[in-house]
Design a protein around this ligand. Structure first.
Ligand code: ADP
Ligand code: MG
Length: 368
């Protein structure tokens, strides 16, 4: 397929894609959209930054335009990813203002969300915790949901979100289409997903759990006591926007403070900050006010900031798959990117697990 027009999408949607300058579908879009348009359940796996958002949004919008009384639900692990998806939906429905999307995420006013939910939105984008709150209070009904999407599905099904997802499942119609998307699908997900999907079609681009080839990966062997110096050196060597991952909220604060004291333009994001602070951090990093953002794994999944040139793992991620997501914040949509990870002697086991995951994909990691 060379052009979106071959998909026979509603004309308004095709026009919106033109306005977004999306000409050709990406490989995952090319494979997943036709399947999703047949109303089959689907598990879609493709590398970070390859257009999975549109791969589920296009068929969802297309279906909802044909069924004016039906609605869609998109569940995401973080508020920032929710906001980003809402922006994409808004662009895709530029010529269908009647197909309104709303965002139900934590950290924002309940009252405004209740009002938005009452105005008959057609697509709800939500984080599970806040959606459950609304469901319990009777603010939202899901009885007209025809399409359910779990973005970052493996994260959504893991321990942290399972209780809320089960709660949400009780409110959803059984007759619905369910779409799962992620760049990583560990094998234990298969079993968990059976509760949600019916005879799903699997659509995979590249090997499962493979980092983007364009990312130049390297590791630097250092010591815990030397990490800050190593970080300063790396930041000075590199040009462009840099995302630095630390393990905990307090370590994120500490690293950001250290860099600020050196006069660098740094912002930080983690779950302990207010939503206003989180929004300001992402906005400032996006528009270049801050060249560096220090983050916990809250920023590991889904965030699409095209100009991120480098990802630095100041601390390694706890879960091997998160390595692929973290470094996938760079090299988006075919761009170039670099990722460097600091490894101390204490990290050996963790790095071995990540290496095992990478070995399967044949990715090369330079050791410094
Ligand atoms: P993923 O969810 O796979 O990580 P995203 O959906 O966030 O990727 O998309 C990554 C980037 O690619 C976004 O900036 C998006 O605008 C761009 N993009 C997606 N699909 C297309 C397309 N068909 N043509 C051009 N750019 C696209
Ligand atoms: Mg995504």
């Amino acid at each position: 397929m060379n052009h979106f027009s071959e998909l026979k999408l509603p004309e308004t949607l095709t026009k919106a894609l033109q306005a977004m300058k999306f000409e050709k579908p990406t490989p995952i879009q090319e494979k997943a959209i036709p399947v999703a348009l047949t109303h089959r359940d689907l598990i879609g796996c493709a590398q970070t930054g390859t257009g999975k958002t549109a791969a589920f949004s296009i068929p969802m919008i297309s279906r909802l335009l044909k069924n004016p009384h039906k609605t869609g639900l998109i569940l995401v692990p973080t508020r920032e990813l929710g906001s980003q998806i809402l922006e994409v939906l808004t662009k895709l429905t530029l010529f269908n203002p009647e197909l309104r999307s709303i965002l139900l995420i934590g950290g924002m006013s309940m009252k405004a969300q209740i009002k938005a939910a009452q105005a008959k939105p057609r697509i709800i984008v939500a984080t599970p915790g806040r959606l459950v709150d609304h469901l319990k209070r009777g603010n939202v009904t899901l009885s007209s949901v025809e399409v359910l999407v779990l973005d970052e599905a493996d994260r959504m099904l893991d321990m942290g979100f399972a209780p809320q997802l089960n709660e949400i499942l009780r409110f959803l119609p059984k007759a619905r289409q369910t779409l799962f998307f992620s760049a990583t699908l560990p094998s234990n997900i298969e079993k968990l997903s059976a509760r949600y999907l019916r005879d799903p079609v699997r659509v995979t681009v590249g090997a499962v759990s493979e980092p983007v080839k364009k990312i130049q990966q390297s590791v630097i062997q250092t010591l815990v006591a030397k990490k800050n110096d190593t970080l300063l050196d790396e930041l000075n060597l590199r040009k462009g926007s840099i995302l630095v991952f630390a393990r905990t909220q307090s370590r994120t604060d500490r690293v950001a403070r250290y860099l600020t004291e050196y006069g660098l333009k740094v912002t930080r994001i983690h779950g302990g900050r207010s939503q206003g602070q989180r929004n300001a951090a992402v906005a400032g990093f996006k528009d270049g006010k801050f060249r560096i953002m220090v983050a916990t794994d809250i920023a590991a999944r889904g965030i699409d900031i095209p100009h991120i040139a480098h990802v630095i793992n100041y601390d390694l991620p706890q879960v091997p798959e998160d390595y692929i997501h973290r470094i996938g914040r760079t090299a988006r949509a075919g761009a170039e990117g670099e990722a460097v990870s600091f490894i101390t002697p204490e990290d050996r086991q963790q790095w071995r697990e990540i290496s095992k995951l990478l070995e399967r994909s044949g990715a090369k990691v330079a050791v410094q």
